[in-house]
Every structure is written in structure tokens, then in C-alpha cells.
Write a protein that binds this ligand. Structure first.
Ligand SMILES: *Cc1c(COP(=O)(O)O)cnc(C)c1O
Length: 380
């Protein structure tokens, strides 16, 4: 028998898993986070409304991002809503959003009473298609939400030029890409406001949390006023801030480590030609919260995308399906520009490898590639 790997050898069919130890725990061990927790205990800041840690977090973000105004808040989802409020979006306004995006971004717009206007993503990608934007504009258009997703970056320069010409404000959702840059400029600092998430699965985590950054003191002031509802209504705690400071400090080093891990993984997968990885261009330095792979039902005929994901998961790899997208949302909840075919395509085909393995040894990353290759061979 020449073809060594038979379908029956897949872990999902009772075979031996390629990564028997399973995906690495996230967050992993971090002595500097432990030290920060102990310090917060000793100085009592863990139990106070205000203390030194939030200020230290704001300072490190200012330094690393090179941006003046930072508002800390309770989640990335709320950060997107606060960014829109800071940009003076109000009920009845329209906000442009891609038909494939994080579900909370749709909610952030409707939470204000504004209407999401959906445009398609680029063909074979997951970021907003700039060529579609003109068709989305009405006299009610106030803002656009642009997300960098799955290691793919939206063309911020083109988007900023387009938006400025029309007086439309830009929210740059950088929740998946802290530490990345585009044309040398940190992601999250291109827009009129940028958002970050510190949720439990994210690259920087305090379990929950988020932030809005902006070059505008006026935007910052509007956010502050909205949050001040007797007390801060959407706070990030001192304890959360304490553990985020050392994570921001080591972000550049970890970013480089992940970048090399992705390169290795994609190189291996590219050689097999079985699943299509996304490629990036020279000027892009994306961060990787998830690594996108594309399931092609014409090649992987024996397994649907979801069955493929389940089989790779059984091999001990943290992988999942992409977002569901908004194409099926009703006309009472949003306005759509066309049928959003590329958003549907992404929603049906994207598979996402979760980031923690990217910080592991090359040998572990190779086994992840082997696991995906094994399932792909058995799915043809
Ligand atoms: C995770 C995420 C958010 C929201 O962050 P939470 O802190 O989980 O609310 C927003 N946008 C994108 C693109 C995300 O991946």
C-alpha cells in the first residue's frame, strides 16, 4: 500500500491523535503576570476602584502605539460601541460594516439605535471591499467599522482617504491584531478611533476587558462623558490592568515569535496544496489571533468544512469555523449592498487555527501541520 495514511487512522475514527497532548493552555504560565498579581495584592490595588495599574496600562499603550488618548473599558464589544459614540454616531445614523465580521460589531451599531449598512468583503478574503463603499453611502452615513481579521489586514490608507473625502468617521477594529502594523504604522492607530480586546482568548488577556484609542481629545471626552453614569459604567478593574501591563511589554517579542510560527505552519501547508492558506504582502505585518485556512469542497470532497474542523480538532489541534456573517440578517435590522456573495463564501469556507500553538516549539507546529495534512488526505 503506497498511500500510508488511511482514513481509519484519523483520531476521529479511533486512530492515534497527531498532537496527543492537545492544544496548549491559554493563557500560559507567565512569571511576570504572577509578579503583577502579587504586587496588586500587596499594595491593595486589587480591591480598589482606583490605583496605579490603570494609569500604568494607559502609559504602556501610549508608548507602544504612539497615540495620545486611551480609554479603558470592560470588553472589545463595548469598545466598538464607545468608539462609535465617541465619533458622535447617534440613533438614526447609518454605519457601514462588512457582511463578514465579529457578531458583536453588528450589535455595537444597533445598541446605539444606528443602522448597519452591509457591504461585501474582498473576493476570497475576509476584509471589507473598498470598491463597494460608494454604493453604501447615503446622507445618513456617519461612520464605517473596519476590522482586521484572521491575519488579513484591511487597506487602511485607501479607507482613510475615501472616508476623509466624504466626512465619514472610521472605527478601526484591532481586537485581533494588537502588535501588528501596516506600512510601519501600528494597527489600531489608523482610524479616527481604534479598538482593542483583552478577552480571555485574545492575544492580550485579562479574562475580560477592552480599550479605545484615538488621536482626538474630543472623541476621548465624549467617551468619558458617556461612561460616567454616576460611576464608570463599563470599567476595566485595577486587577485586570495589572496583568495587562507586562503582556503589552512583551508583545513585540511574542509578535515576532508568532510571526515565525505562522510562517512555518503556512509553508508546510502550502507545500501540500490541500488547504489554501492566506498569503500577505510585503507592507503588511499582521498579528495572528487566528490563522485562516480555506476549505475547498471541490478538493476535500469527503468532508464538509465543519466535519473537517471536527476531524482536525480530534487530532489535538485548536481549530474552529469562521464567523457566520450577516448576509442572512433581515432587512428590518440592516441595509445590504447587493447579495454579499464573498461574505457568504467566507462564512462557509473559513477555518481558523487558534493562536496559542504559535508560541510553541517548531516541532509542535510541524505536528499541527501534519494533523491538518493527514485529515486533508483522508478527505479527498
Ligand atoms: C474578540 C473581538 C471583539 C470583541 O472583543 P470582546 O472583548 O470579546 O468583547 C471585537 N472585534 C473582533 C474582530 C474580535 O475578534
Amino acid at each position: 500500500m503506497s498511500d500510508a495514511i488511511q482514513p481509519s487512522s484519523l483520531a476521529i475514527d479511533g486512530g492515534v491523535a497527531t498532537v496527543p497532548e492537545g492544544p496548549p493552555r491559554w493563557p500560559g504560565d507567565d512569571p511576570e503576570v504572577l509578579a503583577a498579581l502579587e504586587a496588586a495584592y500587596r499594595d491593595g490595588s486589587w480591591g480598589r476602584y482606583d490605583g496605579p495599574n490603570a494609569a500604568a496600562l494607559v502609559a504602556v499603550m501610549r508608548e507602544l502605539l504612539g497615540i495620545e488618548q486611551v480609554s479603558l473599558c470592560c470588553s472589545g464589544t463595548v469598545a466598538v460601541e464607545l468608539a462609535l459614540r465617541g465619533l458622535a454616531v447617534t440613533a438614526g445614523d447609518e454605519v457601514i460594516l462588512a457582511g463578514y465580521d465579529f457578531p458583536g460589531n453588528f450589535r455595537a451599531i444597533t445598541a446605539i439605535g444606528a443602522l448597519p449598512v452591509l457591504v461585501d468583503v474582498v473576493a476570497g478574503g475576509v476584509t471589507i471591499d473598498v470598491d463597494q463603499l460608494d454604493a453604501a453611502v447615503s446622507d445618513k452615513t456617519r461612520a464605517i467599522v473596519v476590522s482586521h481579521l484572521h491575519g488579513q489586514l484591511a487597506p487602511m490608507e485607501r479607507i482613510m482617504v475615501w472616508a476623509r473625502e466624504r466626512g465619514i468617521a472610521v472605527v478601526e477594529d484591532a481586537c485581533q491584531v494588537p502588535g501588528g502594523s501596516l506600512d510601519g504604522k501600528p494597527l489600531g492607530t489608523w482610524g479616527d478611533a481604534g479598538t482593542f480586546s483583552f478577552g480571555g482568548s485574545k492575544l492580550l488577556t485579562s479574562g475580560r476587558g477592552g480599550a479605545v484609542v484615538t488621536p482626538s481629545a474630543q472623541v476621548q471626552q465624549r467617551i468619558k462623558i458617556h461612561c460616567q453614569q454616576g460611576n464608570h459604567a463599563y470599567p476595566l478593574s485595577e486587577l485586570q490592568a495589572a496583568v495587562l501591563v507586562p503582556q503589552w511589554r512583551k508583545l513585540p517579542a511574542r509578535h515576532e515569535q508568532r510571526r515565525q510560527g505562522v510562517q512555518r505552519l503556512l509553508q508546510r501547508l502550502h507545500d501540500t496544496g490541500l488547504v489554501q492558506p492566506h498569503e500577505t504582502s510585503e507592507s503588511q505585518d499582521p498579528a495572528y489571533y487566528k490563522v485562516a485556512l480555506w476549505h475547498d469542497p471541490a478538493v476535500l470532497t469527503k468532508r464538509t468544512r465543519d466535519a473537517f474542523v471536527a476531524a482536525v480538532e480530534a487530532e489535538g489541534v485548536a481549530i474552529g469555523a469562521g464567523f457566520r456573517g450577516f448576509a442572512a440578517r433581515g432587512a428590518s435590522r440592516c441595509r445590504k449592498v447587493g447579495e454579499l456573495p464573498h461574505s457568504c463564501f467566507a462564512a462557509e469556507r473559513v477555518m481558523l487555527v487558534h493562536h496559542p500553538v504559535l508560541l510553541e516549539a517548531a516541532e509542535t507546529i510541524d505536528r499541527v501541520a501534519t494533523a491538518i495534512e493527514k485529515v486533508a488526505r483522508a478527505s479527498r
